[in-house]
Design a binder for this molecule. Structure first.
Ligand code: UDP
Length: 320
């Protein structure tokens, strides 16, 4: 037995562990010999994302709403706060739970980190930049957010979450990290979560028209899930407490994305244009200079390759 085998496994609490990003993180952590305690209230998370882990002795699921007091027995080494509705449609459907999980949920998880002397990783978002007036977005840009608009419930909750995390770091000396996550896609997204990749994929595979909002000239940068998970894993093990952008800097218009999905799926669906939702950011691209230098991280999977994998996954799921 080597020395590593004798060391007790590190214990991680992850909130939102049954969600899209959370469940992929659970897989990565179990693979890397951590004990994982997954908390989820299943507002947008799904049991099927983690069913394969339920029999693992290092994995424990607790059905909890983290806006209420969290009690965990024993040692905890890391807390990853990933719980939140995260697609515009989801947070419009659940505006108050979104505000509560970003505020009360962040407070409770930071309190747990303080009590357990655990390292804390907050899942923040490119939404904190709002409809950005600086392009690409660097971490020192303060953003352009409409606090009372429909997206404000998510944007302001995450901005508050970042402020509280930094306050706990400064006042209580909690060892915190903040990941500003840009658009991410891949298997386990819900087909009806309203985000652009599942929408276009579902529409193309079921011969329905692809719904491009506005003229489709707004841009996004899409990061494949395995790249994002690697970035978060590196962030967990890095030094430094300032926020770091994690995303793929390749930038595409929404119309270009629609055409690419049609090409990959060989679908004959048409493209139709619908009104642009309120406060929809016109452009978005991460500056990842910091992630490159601090984490030695950059995305490996380009949009087309990631889409092929994602579409395959959706196709397999939609077959009888
Ligand atoms: N979008 C679209 N058609 C859809 C869904 C989304 O044109 O069926 C656009 C949306 O208006 C936005 C972009 O795609 O400009 C990305 O939307 P998503 O909901 O994926 O996330 P966001 O980046 O806005 O948070």
């Amino acid at each position: 037995m080597n020395i590593l085998e004798k060391m007790p496994k590190k214990v991680i609490v992850i909130t939102g562990g049954a969600g899209f990003i959370g469940s992929h993180l659970c897989d990565k952590l179990i693979e890397n010999e951590y004990k994982v305690i997954c908390l989820d209230n299943f507002i947008t998370g799904r049991l099927e994302n983690i069913t394969h882990l339920l029999k693992d002795k290092n994995f424990k699921l607790l059905e909890r709403n983290v806006t209420e007091y969290i009690k965990i027995k024993g040692r905890v080494d890391y807390i990853l706060h990933f719980a939140s509705p995260a697609s515009p449609v989801d947070y419009l459907n659940h505006p108050i739970p979104t505000l509560k999980v970003g505020s009360l949920g962040t407070h409770n998880t930071l309190g747990l980190a303080k009590a357990k002397k655990a390292r804390y990783i907050l899942a923040s978002t490119s939404e904190i930049y709002g409809d950005p007036l600086v392009h690409p977005q660097r971490e020192d840009y303060y953003g352009n957010v409409n606090c009372i608009g429909p997206r404000g419930v998510y944007d302001e909750a995450k901005r508050f979450a970042e402020a509280l995390t930094m306050a706990y770091h400064r006042v209580h000396k909690i060892d915190t990290r903040i990941a500003r996550i840009f658009n991410t896609f891949g298997p386990r997204m819900r087909i009806n979560d309203g985000r652009v990749v599942p929408n276009f994929t579902h529409q193309a595979l079921s011969n329905q028209p692809l719904t491009v909002y506005g003229q489709g000239i707004q841009t996004r940068s899409f990061c494949y899930i395995s790249d994002l998970v690697e970035g978060i894993y590196r962030l967990m093990h890095s030094k430094g407490n300032e926020p770091i952008n994690l995303g793929n800097p390749g930038e595409f218009t929404v119309l270009a994305l629609a055409k690419l999905v049609l090409k990959i799926t060989r679908s004959r669906s048409k493209i139709i244009f619908k009104p642009l939702p309120a406060d929809d950011p016109k452009q978005r691209r991460p500056d990842i200079t910091k992630a490159k230098s601090i984490l030695n991280w950059r995305p490996q999977i380009e949009l087309r390759e990631g889409l092929v994998k994602t579409i395959e996954w959706f196709r397999a799921g939609s077959e009888p």
